[in-house]
Ligand binder design. Sequence first.
Ligand SMILES: O=C(O)CCC(=O)C(=O)O
Ligand SMILES: [Fe+2]
Length: 322
Amino acid sequence: MSVPDFPVVDLSPFTAGGGGDEDAKKKVIRTIGDACAKHGIFQIINHGVPAEVIDRHLEYMRTFFAYPEEEKSKWKPKTDDLFYAGYINTSKVSQYKKEEITINHPACTYNVYPDNPPGFREDLLEAFSYLSKTAVIIEGILNDYLGLPPGFLKEYNNDRRQDIMASFHYLASKDPDEEMLGVIGHQDASIVTVLIQDGTGGLEVFEDGKWIEVTPAKGALAVNIGDPMQVLSNGKLKSVEHRVVRPAGKDRYSVVFGHLVTIDKWMEPLPQLTINEAPKYRGFTFGEYTLKRLKDLRDSPTTPEAAHTINSYAIGPNIAEV
Ligand SMILES: O=C(O)CCC(=O)C(=O)O
Ligand SMILES: [Fe+2]
């Protein structure tokens, strides 16, 4: 089921040469902020990432993922650490029928870049750079929506080295009885996630007790709020629960850009936003939260309650329902 009211926002007041008029900018801030408060997700057009860059990256992905396993496996992660980059086929190690190539910020020492197809490395870095710029714009918009001092979030989150981009290939399901989920329901560890979806569909969010499809709008990127933003905003912005259902008989390609904070960062509801209301979360480091989540990913907790989420830091009852 799809819902028409996840807004598709025209970001051009912020991307078309930067000289957008103030009223147009205010309108965008209000629409995006309200969407994040209500749904935690929206789509953007005129987002500053050229269509050629998106198409080229998707084309590179199709070529790369069509290679035999032994070729792709040349670009496996360098280490067995919880933090990794490179090629992984998750369908080999879990029920998730997808494969992925992940790069972290170019400054990251454990990045692995495929040489094949030629130019893929440059393409990955180009896509990373564009998606990062879009994420920074969205962070600034949320800063203003929350009434924070100009540039406050940019200053707070001024180290980009933990940012990550994962390019996914979801394998088409063939058997009607096969598990259809590509990614189970979860909330992201990002401040914001910027997502390229091909036209296939399959992204769903959990709202009002049901799963609702986020139908890809033409030329649009999807953007969702992650846990750290829900904590910093004291629950004003919603870290949306979402999942991916593999469309029957069709391969799906998507690119997930996580605009993160560094692991040393202290997370708690911002003082500016807890003047008139009590904090809903206790403080924690991003590192502690991330390590516990990555362990969950590896060890698959047997019940949803056992999984590490921001609710583990909630103060007071029923905080899950913000
Ligand atoms: O592939 C997608 O569309 C989204 C995947 C996702 O939610 C994630 O990797 O966090
Ligand atoms: Fe996600």
